[in-house]
Design a protein around this ligand. Structure first.
Ligand code: FAD
Ligand code: SF4
Length: 436
């Protein structure tokens, strides 16, 4: 039952479906779908290859730009990236289903273990990659193609980062993610799992390696700092989803769940709780149109019976030992002269209580400032690691990419960063390019 509820929301196309869909493509000159992809996949090229029965060629076109082309095919918000840019939108017709076509080619290549790359001529340079998520894996793969020796250090039991422990399972499963990790690492780099790099260990790595790439993502869910936060039944969204993915959806939730937040993580936690049988309400302090979550994710939540309360903030989580309810206050928004964002004003005497037995906090993730502060000269901006155009930090031996530099975007952005940082590291090691 649970398994069924979590089945893919974008099921695989049949061969005939893929041929019909590919034949709709207009193979545009200067195609906007390529420009909209952060990894610049040649979309019309791989669609033409699918149309001419060259699925292997299509997979090669995709993986040349994006070695995590399989996960991106399944998890990318294509509606606002490639498909959102497709010219069909201007003709008032359905855009080409680029994501699902990409999945046809990449799923096939990985399931048949068709590899397109091999390790480059040895350079005798050694690089440590901290973090085995999309950024780290893309970086490690490209560095290996360039001939470097790479070791990935991953804190979790399994690699893949949020593809394995974060993304909703109705988009990408554990099996998909781990199969992809194996496929990518088969080129010949090592992944040391269960190996968190701590403040002391980073200095050991610094002595042992010629360069270090940080693809560490973001930290734990942020706390709310309201009373009752330590009650049983209160948890962070990242931690809740981590457990869900780790136990392959075999977890239980409260009968009545409240999710606090207005981003995509809040929506994921809400939909997942609802699929697990809970009555779910999302509470967001601002208005519906200011919500960060994509419209299509909100629609998915509504289809899954998730309710929304806008313009309300939590004041206190109620209960003795376990969560029994949430006390909130209603807000109004006021535009102050000169400021872009309106200010949230609590409305006097508007408090209300919603009974619940679980509260999931999806109000952002912390940055790993303590770990970063142990690396000399690393500069941060609001907890994000600062890098130059080569993805090099202020400490020339360290490079970084993915969520730890952008504060939390998408898998495809992390892949683009990891890939391009590998080229930066190569330039630095082979030609001595330093940050300016
Ligand atoms: C709940 C949730 C759902 C999401 N859904 C989507 C989606 O549907 N589509 C999409 O495109 N994006 C989605 N995202 C965003 C996407 O997952 C991230 O942008 C992407 O995974 C970032 O990749 P990364 O490699 O930078 O970081 P991560 O994927 O977080 O990987 C970082 C890795 O580094 C490891 N690590 C950290 N510190 C250390 C250390 N000191 N030593 C060793 N290892 C360490 C971590 O264990 C982790 O494996 C989602 C994010 C969340 C939180
Ligand atoms: S914009 Fe649409 S029609 Fe044009 S090449 Fe891209 S997918 Fe094909």
């Amino acid at each position: 039952m649970t398994e069924n509820k979590f089945s893919s929301i974008k099921p695989r196309m049949t061969k005939t479906e893929s041929l019909v869909e590919a034949s709709r493509c207009l193979f545009c000159h200067d195609a906007p779908c390529i420009r909209a992809c952060p990894t610049s996949i040649d979309v019309p090229m791989f669609i033409r290859q699918i149309m001419t029965h060259n699925v292997k060629g299509a997979a090669k076109t995709i993986f040349t730009q994006n070695i995590l082309g399989k996960s991106c095919a399944h998890v990318c918000p294509t509606e606002v990236l490639c498909e959102g840019a497709c010219v069909y939108n201007h003709l008032n017709e359905r855009p080409i289903n680029i994501g699902r076509l990409q999945a046809c080619a990449t799923d096939w290549a990985i399931e048949n273990n068709i590899c397109f790359f091999k390790k480059g001529l040895p350079t005798n340079k050694k690089i440590a990659v901290v973090g085995g998520g999309p950024a780290g894996l893309a970086c490690a793969h490209r560095l290996t193609v360039l001939g470097h020796d790479v070791v990935v250090y991953e804190a979790n039991e399994k690699a893949g980062g949020l593809n394995t422990y974060g993304v909703a399972p109705y988009k990408y499963t554990n099996k998909d993610s781990l199969q992809e990790v194996n496929y990518i690492s088969e080129i010949g780099f090592e992944i040391k799992t269960n190996t968190p790099v701590n403040n002391a260990m980073i200095h050991e790595l610094e002595k042992k390696y010629d360069a270090i790439f940080l693809g560490t993502g973001l930290g734990k869910s942020k706390k709310l700092n309201v009373s009752g936060e330590n009650l049983k039944g209160v948890c962070g969204a990242s931690e809740f989803i981590y457990e869900l993915r780790k136990k392959e959806q075999k977890i239980s939730v409260g009968e009545k769940v409240i999710v606090l937040g207005g981003g995509n993580t809040a929506i994921d936690a809400a939909v997942e709780s609802s699929k697990l049988g809970a009555d779910v309400t999302v509470i967001y302090r601002r208005s519906e149109k200011e919500q960060n979550a994509y419209f299509f994710e909100v629609e998915l939540a509504k289809k899954n019976n998730v309710k929304f309360i806008y313009l309300a903030s939590p004041l206190e989580i109620l209960g003795k030992e376990t969560t029994e309810g949430l006390k909130c206050i209603k807000n109004k928004l006021e535009k102050k002269n000169g400021s872009k964002k309106s200010e949230i004003i609590p409305i006097k005497d508007s408090e209300f209580v919603i009974p619940c037995n679980m509260v999931i906090l999806a109000t952002g993730q912390e940055k790993m400032i303590n770990f970063y502060s142990s690396i000399p000269d690393l500069e941060l901006n609001n907890g994000k690691i600062l890098v130059n155009n080569f993805f090099q930090t202020k400490n020339p031996k360290y490079f970084a990419g993915g969520d730890c530099i952008n504060g939390g975007k998408e898998v495809v952005n992390a892949v683009a960063d990891g890939r391009d940082a590998a080229c930066g590291i190569h330039e630095y090691l082979m030609k001595g390019k330093f940050n300016g």
